[in-house]
Design a protein around this ligand. Structure first.
Ligand code: SAM
Length: 188
């Protein structure tokens, strides 16, 4: 069984965009309690070879151990120490699937939460850019992130469009109706 209902959102995203392949290198930012890592592990590993793919889950919170998944708990994706640790774990491998289900601590003020989540998404996106990125995307590499709708949406999507060949917004059926959350799927 899954540690969170968000697993079903990732399964829907995978159904729509065919995200995962056996053997993929996956980075899950904002991974606690771990249901996205569980889904990824089922899709990139096989029962015969539970280490065929590689999954690294990162979170500010503690993530309890998961079969076939490497974890970086109590790590902030905005911190340099986390970047150093990620570089070490990736060991020059490129990322096939980079996903962020991160959410800021809810302030209750929608506009503020919107700005904060966009900032988190941009942090992850920026880490994929440059000469020697902390999060190097593989050829055809995918980037999936959670966003709350708001007035920075258009600018953010525009920025992604300039850097990926395919960019699609998607609201899973399993996402609560009243929530303004949606996911952006990007492919290099
Ligand atoms: N996808 C997860 C699952 O299915 O189990 C659920 C993720 S939960 C909605 C969002 C997570 O983002 C929280 O656990 C939170 O601690 C994490 N988060 C928020 N800001 C973060 C940051 N700066 N660095 C790392 N994780 C962060």
């Amino acid at each position: 069984s899954y540690r969170a209902r968000s697993a079903f959102k990732l399964l829907e995203l995978n159904e729509k965009f065919k995200i995962f392949k056996v053997g993929d290198i996956v980075l899950d930012v904002g991974a606690a309690p771990g249901s996205w890592c569980q889904v990824a592990s089922q899709l990139v590993n096989t029962p015969e070879n539970p280490k065929l793919g590689y999954i690294l889950g990162i979170d500010l919170q503690t993530i309890l151990p998961l079969e076939g998944v490497e974890l970086l708990s109590q790590a902030d994706i905005t911190h340099r120490t986390t970047h150093i640790e990620i570089r070490k774990r990736l060991n020059d491998r490129k990322i096939n699937v980079l996903m962020s289900d991160m959410a800021p601590n809810a302030s209750g003020v929608h506009e503020c939460d919107h700005e904060r989540i966009i900032r988190l998404c941009r942090t992850v996106f920026n880490l994929t850019q440059g000469e020697r990125p902390i999060l190097p995307l593989a050829e055809n590499g995918k980037f999936i992130c959670k966003v709350f709708d708001g007035h920075h949406r258009a600018d953010f999507i525009k920025e992604l469009r300039a850097n990926f060949t395919r960019v699609k917004s998607f609201k899973p059926n399993t996402s609560r109706d009243e929530s303004t959350e949606f996911y952006v799927f990007c492919q290099k």
